[in-house]
Design a protein around this ligand. Structure first.
Ligand code: ATP
Ligand code: NI
Length: 389
């Protein structure tokens, strides 16, 4: 049975820019199940990366999470938090948003690790690759070596241990053990001659090898969740396939949970168990891979599929979705379905904001679209050019 590891509720993240308020992520709710690969897909600017950054509390100025809860299942952490911040605890779950900044930071690497499109954002150019991975191992070792923790760590590490881990003096402190583990990790991610490569600096690595090193660094903390934001987008197709293969294997071996963000539907189809579709900062459809790919309800999801190449059908005709992603400036957003102006099936109903409707298929299938619950009625179709000024 699937167990949820994360329960995200009404997450809302905005940027307060000179041009005005940008509604980057607006009231999204979803679960992440332990051991699954959850894909998040959507066009550029739909809010995928801001969702990821919000999960790991890395939203920078002028951005801010303004609302919502991020419940994380971790029995040890819940127990330790219960006395300090009882409101942040519900059974085995902790709302990480209600922890102090210091405690939230301590979850990074050990509960939630990330890999990005650009390895330069994770690896320091002036330190040997192996040393950086060993450092991440060291933080993890210190965290789990806390004498207060006698419980088995099937999943969680506990808050006190996190803080001990976070308080380590930093680079320079590396044991032979953590060095050896770093080399093991480099080998695990498929880097040949790992002992030699460990001594090299990031610029001596090829793009694909750097991406692998970044995966090794992320794995060093034995995270519960790996958040991968466009992990292969910058790589050429062959390397891209190798990295996906690697993630697949690691996931199968470790049972790690992966949140995989990409605009590439092919990658989503190959990797995901369940899929979230984002548009204009909202979650417009979610479901199992089969729900979303074989039985999509939202015309946006259909549009994405129709505009994406299919490896199994190279002759497929591609139909780009007309129009553009809307501005997310609060002043310019109307209170309607944000996709209505690009939608081939927009009806009068769509001038009001649709709720999320359950859809046919798996229990999890839902869409923020009247078509999930009503048949298309051409007599109620918005006239052509309705949204043109
Ligand atoms: N630092 C920032 N300041 C202002 N607005 C921002 C900032 N970062 C992101 N945004 C806005 O938030 C919205 C969502 O952006 P986000 O990066 O999450 O999109 P995305 O789905 O990841 O797109 P892509 O596929 O291009 O990576 C966009 O409108 C973007 O302009
Ligand atoms: Ni992005």
């Amino acid at each position: 049975m699937a167990r949820d590891l994360l329960r995200v509720r009404d997450l809302t993240t905005r940027f307060f820019t000179e041009e005005g308020q940008v509604n980057a992520v607006e009231g999204i709710s979803f679960d992440v199940e332990a051991g699954e690969v959850l894909g998040i897909v959507g066009e550029s600017g739909s809010g995928k990366s801001v969702t990821a950054l919000s999960l790991i509390d890395l939203v920078d100025d002028p951005g801010r999470i303004v609302d919502g809860e991020i419940w994380y299942r971790n029995a040890d952490l819940a127990e330790e938090t219960a006395s300090d911040v009882p409101a942040a605890v519900d059974g085995d779950f902790v709302d990480v948003r209600r922890l102090s900044a210091r405690h939230r930071r301590a979850l990074r690497g050990q509960s939630f690790a990330t890999i990005f499109q650009d390895p330069a954002s994770s690896l320091n150019p002036s330190l040997p690759v192996g040393e950086q991975i060993a450092e991440a191992v060291e933080v993890q070792r210190r965290a789990t070596a806390d004498p207060r923790s006698t419980r088995s760590r099937t999943q969680g590490y506990g808050l006190g241990k996190f803080l001990i881990g976070g308080a380590m003096p930093g680079k320079g402190y590396l044991t032979e053990e953590s060095r050896a583990r770093a080399i093991e990790l480099l080998e695990l991610v498929g880097i040949p001659d790992p002992a030699e490569r460990a001594e090299e600096y990031p610029h001596q690595f090829s793009g694909g090898m750097l991406q692998r090193a970044m995966v090794a660094q992320a794995l060093a903390g034995e995270p519960d969740v790996l958040i991968a934001d466009e992990p292969t987008t910058a790589l050429d197709v062959t390397i891209q396939a190798q990295i996906l293969e690697l993630l697949d294997e690691l996931q199968a071996e470790t049972g790690m949970t992966i949140v995989l963000i990409t605009h590439n539907l092919g990658v989503i189809a190959r990797m995901s168990d369940r899929v979230l579709v984002m548009y204009a900062g909202e979650l417009v459809e979610r479901g199992s891979l089969a729900d979303v790919f074989d039985d999509p309800v939202h015309p946006y999801t259909r549009g994405l599929i129709g505009s994406s190449p299919d490896v199994d059908d190279p002759g497929k005709q591609l139909d780009p979705i007309p129009g553009n992603v809307p501005s997310l400036l609060d002043d310019e957003m109307e209170d309607r379905c944000y996709f209505a102006d690009r939608c081939p099936k927009a009806m009068e109903e769509c001038l009001e904001k649709p709720p999320s409707f359950d859809a046919e298929g798996s229990e999890d299938h839902a869409a923020k679209c009247y078509l999930a619950d009503h048949d298309y009625d051409p007599t109620r179709a918005l006239p052509e050019g309705y949204f043109d000024e």
